[in-house]
Design a protein around this ligand. Structure first.
Ligand code: PBG
Length: 323
């Protein structure tokens, strides 16, 4: 035999010498759910290991993550039903607990990168990412709400704004609003190719944010489409996005790869709740080994071309790597 590829796998030193993809905590962004109140740490039933936290308990949790090497977080708010309305007005209200939490977290941990979520659904009595009229989701008037929400979050101290709504033109609109309010340094990580996926259910359980009627197919992308992601990525690039995200990650590794090959901006991917829930469930049953399955998933997302990964595995990966 002239060629024996196994020679490059013969010891762990050689294997790591020729390892093509590196994965570290610096690549990870940890999504966390926060709710109003005190002393709350409620596990999300469909997403074991993940909790709805009140701020007083979340601050020490962030500290323990920072000590494990996690430096970036994305916070999602759980909003009480009585505060929701058709226009998501609570999203930029001055007494909004989420905005206060952003401020408190950045005050306590100025060095971390804090990403925030921009979309109407957690605050919308319709459970949609835009204004609902009849059976339509109204695009352009939704932008005004998203703009106010983004400025409020930037004012509170957000480092990265994450528009997860899929309205047309929102990246440019938000960029303009941020700049008008002197937030030139606040970044936008756009949910560029966000698909109408079956893998968001545990997240919607966590936030109680499922659509009250219909589905999200008139704004989130069709899972059958790949070329369409190029259109979205081109628009987001022109409109001033700093990073382009693909979501979900595991069923869309080809899309991550496609954007990586065609665009110069950093590419990120959201390893969504349903993807993590599958691994938790199988490992709780003893069908998969949690640590190695989780690491393989994260590695595959990096290998496909993602620079950054949002993942509920972030903390466990950091623990695993440390030991
Ligand atoms: C909604 C939003 C969703 C997620 C992040 N932001 C769900 C949806 O579009 O209904 C899902 C994240 C996950 O499943 O982990 N703006």
């Amino acid at each position: 035999m002239q060629k024996r590829p196994r020679r490059n796998r013969k010891s762990s030193i050689i294997r790591s010498m020729v390892e093509e993809t590196k994965l570290g905590t610096e690549n990870l962004i940890y999504p966390i759910f926060i709710e109003d109140g005190k002393g709350i740490k409620n596990e999300v039933k469909s997403l074991p290991n993940n909790y709805r936290w009140s701020l007083d308990l979340l601050l020490p949790e962030i500290e323990s993550c920072v000590n494990l090497g996690i430096q970036s977080f994305d916070i999602f708010p759980v909003i009480k039903e009585e505060l929701k309305d058709k226009m998501a007005t609570y999203s930029y209200a001055s007494d909004n607990f989420y905005l206060d939490a952003i401020y408190q977290i950045k005050k306590e941990f100025p060095e971390i990168v804090l990403m925030t979520d921009v979309a109407m659904d957690p605050y919308s009595s319709d459970g949609h990412d835009g204004i609902v009229e009849g059976d339509k989701i109204i695009n352009d008037r939704t932008l005004t709400v998203l703009g106010k929400m983004s400025v409020a979050q930037a004012q509170a101290g957000a480092d990265i704004i994450g528009p997860s709504d899929m309205m047309d033109g929102r990246v440019g609109f938000i960029r303009n609003e941020l700049d008008l309010h002197d937030f030139q340094d606040v970044s936008i990580m756009s949910y560029t190719a966000k698909y109408a996926s079956a893998f968001y259910n545990p997240f919607r359980d966590a936030l109680d944010s499922a659509p009250k009627s219909g589905n999200k197919k008139t704004y989130q992308m069709n899972p059958a489409n790949k070329r369409e992601a190029l259109i979205e990525a081109e628009l987001d690039t022109i409109e001033g996005a700093d990073m382009l995200m693909v979501k979900p990650a595991i069923c869309y590794l080809d899309v991550i790869h496609l954007l990586k090959e065609n665009f110069d901006l950093p590419i990120t991917a959201y390893n969504v709740s349903g993807e993590c829930a599958m691994v938790y469930a199988a490992s709780q049953n003893g069908w998969l080994d949690y640590e190695s399955a989780m690491t393989e998933m994260l590695l595959s997302i990096r290998r496909a071309g993602a620079d950054g990964i949002l993942s509920y595995f972030a903390k466990d990966f950091a623990k695993f790597q440390k030991k």
